[in-house]
Every structure is written in structure tokens, then in C-alpha cells.
Design a protein around this ligand. Structure first.
Ligand code: HEC
Length: 149
């Protein structure tokens, strides 16, 4: 009986030391892999909308709406994987030294992808084009300051 409690206590102490950042990831490289994967999926589906906005691919409302929903979902995922101790990948040190700016860039992206979803669901191509430009700007603004070229 007593031993069981001992193991529970050891477990709790260990997770307190590792902290909240890594609570969801076994190791820092797992966090980096996760965020890169989230960006890759977001970028892939955003590029499909970009091709429509540029007129390279014919406008299909349902396809754009599906891609926008994926982009919108992915837009909230990478950030949990930038906790303390996960420095690396192509992320610049500014991610950890200027957290408030990094956070405000995340919020701008999330707002822009929500607008893109609305435009996509309404089937308005001009609206989709404008919203796509806004999302693209949100990606670029953050990459300029927080991602290695
Ligand atoms: C709030 C900041 C921020 C925003 C907004 C942002 N990114 Fe990024 N992005 C990063 C950082 C930081 C990295 C580097 C991550 C790493 O290597 O650990 C990155 C990496 C990437 C990568 C490379 C993934 C890999 O495998 O190395 C792609 C692709 C990408 N972002 C696409 C996008 C797209 C598309 C958008 C907009 C829809 C976007 N990002 C918005 C910060 C951002």
C-alpha cells in the first residue's frame, strides 16, 4: 500500500520539475516535431486555398470550405509546443524572449483564419481572396520575426 503512494508522489514531483511546458510532450524534440508537423499540415491546406485565390485552380466552394476548416483548426495547435525548454528547430530565440509579441502574432493568425472560414463558408470568392491575403500576411509577419529564413 505504502509503496503505491510513494510512486504516485515521485511521479507528481517529477512532473512538477519538468513543468507545464513539457507536460504534454515526452521530450523537447517531440515538441519540435509536433509543431513542425502542425505547421506543415496548416501550410499544405492553406496553399490549396492560395492556388484558388490566385486563379490557378478553379473555385470549388466545398473544397475551399474544407481546407479553410482545416487551416482554422491547425492555427491553434503549434503554440502549445513552444514551451520553455523547447528552443530549437527553425524557431528564433525571440519566441522565448518576446513572448507577448509571439502570442499576439498567434492571436492575429487565429482571428484571420476564423475570417477565412466565414468567407469560405459563405462561398464568396472575393471575400476568400481578401481573407487569404490577410492570413498570408499573418504567417509572414510572424515568420519575419520568429522563424529562421
Ligand atoms: C505566431 C508565429 C507564427 C505564425 C502566425 C505562423 N508561423 Fe509558421 N512557423 C513559426 C515558427 C516559429 C516556425 C519554426 C518552427 C520550428 O522549426 O520549430 C514556423 C515554421 C513553419 C513551417 C515549417 C515547418 C517545418 O517542417 O519546418 C511552415 C510550413 C509554416 N511555418 C507555415 C506557416 C503558415 C502557412 C502560416 C500561416 C497560415 C504560419 N506558418 C504562421 C511561426 C509562425
Amino acid at each position: 500500500m505504502k509503496n503505491v503512494y510513494k510512486y504516485v508522489l515521485v511521479g507528481l514531483t517529477t512532473s512538477a520539475i519538468v513543468g507545464t511546458a513539457l507536460a504534454q510532450f515526452a521530450r523537447p524534440d517531440a515538441a519540435i516535431k509536433y509543431r513542425k508537423a502542425a505547421f506543415t499540415v496548416m501550410g499544405t491546406h492553406f496553399a490549396r486555398i492560395g492556388a484558388v485565390a490566385k486563379g490557378e485552380v478553379p473555385f470549388n466552394k466545398d473544397e475551399v470550405a474544407k481546407n479553410a476548416a482545416i487551416v482554422n483548426t491547425m492555427a491553434s495547435l503549434p503554440w502549445q509546443a513552444f514551451g520553455p525548454g523547447t528552443e530549437g528547430g527553425d524557431a528564433l530565440p525571440a519566441v522565448w524572449s518576446d513572448e507577448s509579441k509571439f502570442k499576439s502574432n498567434q492571436e492575429k493568425l487565429i482571428a484571420a483564419t476564423a475570417s477565412l472560414t466565414s468567407a469560405a463558408n459563405s462561398g464568396d470568392l472575393d471575400g476568400v481572396k481578401k481573407a487569404t491575403a490577410n492570413v498570408g500576411a499573418a504567417c509572414k509577419n510572424c515568420h519575419d520575426d520568429f522563424k529562421k529564413k
